[in-house]
Design a protein around this ligand. Structure first.
Ligand SMILES: [Zn+2]
Ligand SMILES: [Zn+2]
Length: 340
């Protein structure tokens, strides 16, 4: 099978790998769609020394495809099933695995990190990680459910978005754009903020009530105008920048809530006086639980979520160097690998 390998300093290539065989309780999944994520790009940008230590590990953690073959002891999944693969494998027994939060398991192995990922023709999955997709949920939807859509859905669920709420979204890359889609489907009034025009325009196309370029316009003033002068009820931070985080707090009305998802800056930006005086709720969020992935499959089907419209570029796996080069520029919507 073909698989992507990083070479360091923003270079990658496609290599031939032996096709893996599913062991006890494991499933072999033939990829149909998988995205390039910001976290893949962090590794892609590492220098050659760091990449030498990583070896020929295949990146990618948004696997979506068709079950090709099942190993011994697999009962609930069969060849031909359409699946989105939950992207942390755990021990399957501890309290975190039992609650579907395999990312906290002491044996957690994320695709593209300690184990080979989905930028390849096949991945090996645990049976329990295979989330079944009905026909109306596409393989690209499945890739969104595995990471950017799932991250946005988990965060918006923590915020409890409803039709009473104005939701400000900072950072309109694939996670922020997924936030626009999910918050609109939950009934919120959505305003998106970014510093790249292409992404501001995409947010508008995906249904945001307003979207502003914070380098050209005062984002806080625009959010206040849209929320009776008081500020947003809720904010979702997906930029990972100090400015985005500071603004996500500053844009809130009294009693507002913010959830931080974007990784990036390590600068401390929270003003305790503002936090106490406005009685704000600050939360962090990281990926999603396995149970929420099943919920999001239903939510995607029920609301006909337009995740596919957040995709701006599709590539064959053989064209990975070009796909990565483009995604690295940070001006696109979602870049995905697809198979016929
Ligand atoms: Zn991802
Ligand atoms: Zn565990």
């Amino acid at each position: 099978m073909k698989g992507v390998v990083f070479l360091g300093d923003r270079e990658c290539c496609v290599k031939d790998f032996p096709e893996p065989t599913p062991g006890l309780g494991e499933v072999l999944v033939r990829m149909k769609a998988t995205g390039i994520c910001g976290s893949d790009l962090h590794v892609y940008r590492n220098d050659k020394e760091a990449i030498k230590r990583r070896g020929d590990r295949i990146p990618g953690h948004e696997p979506s495809g068709v079950v090709e073959q099942v190993g011994e002891g697999v009962n609930s999944v069969k060849a031909g099933d359409r699946v989105s693969v939950y992207h942390y494998r755990g021990c399957g027994h501890c309290k975190y695995c039992a609650s579907g939060n395999m990312m906290w398991c002491v044996q957690a192995r994320g695709y593209g990190g300690p184990i080979d990922g989905s930028h390849a023709d096949f991945v090996i999955a645990d049976e329990r990680n295979c989330v079944l997709l009905p026909d109306e949920v596409s393989f690209i939807d499945g890739a969104f459910i595995a990471c950017p859509g799932g991250t946005a859905y988990s965060a918006m669920s923590k915020l409890g978005v409803s039709s009473h709420d104005t939701v400000a979204i900072f950072g309109l890359g694939p996670v922020g754009l997924s936030g626009v889609i999910v918050a609109k489907a939950m009934g919120g009034k959505v305003i998106g903020v970014d510093i790249v025009d292409e992404r501001v325009n995409l947010a508008q196309k995906l249904g945001a009530d307003a979207a502003v370029n914070a380098q050209k316009e005062d984002a806080i003033a625009a959010i206040r105008r849209m929320s009776d002068g008081e500020g947003a009820d809720l904010a979702f931070e997906a930029s990972g920048s100090s400015e985005g985080r500071a603004n996500a707090v500053a844009c809130l009305k009294r009693g507002g809530k913010v959830v931080f998802c974007g990784a990036g800056s390590n600068e401390k930006v929270i003003n305790p006086g503002e936090l106490i005086g406005k009685q704000l709720t600050l939360m962090g969020s990281f990926v999603l639980s396995l149970g929420l992935a099943w919920d999001l499959v239903n939510f995607t089907a029920q609301h006909n979520l337009p995740f596919e419209d957040a995709v701006t570029h599709r590539f064959a796996i053989e064209d990975a160097p070009e796909a990565y080069r483009l995604a690295d520029e940070g001006r696109t919507g979602k870049v995905v690998f697809v198979w016929d």
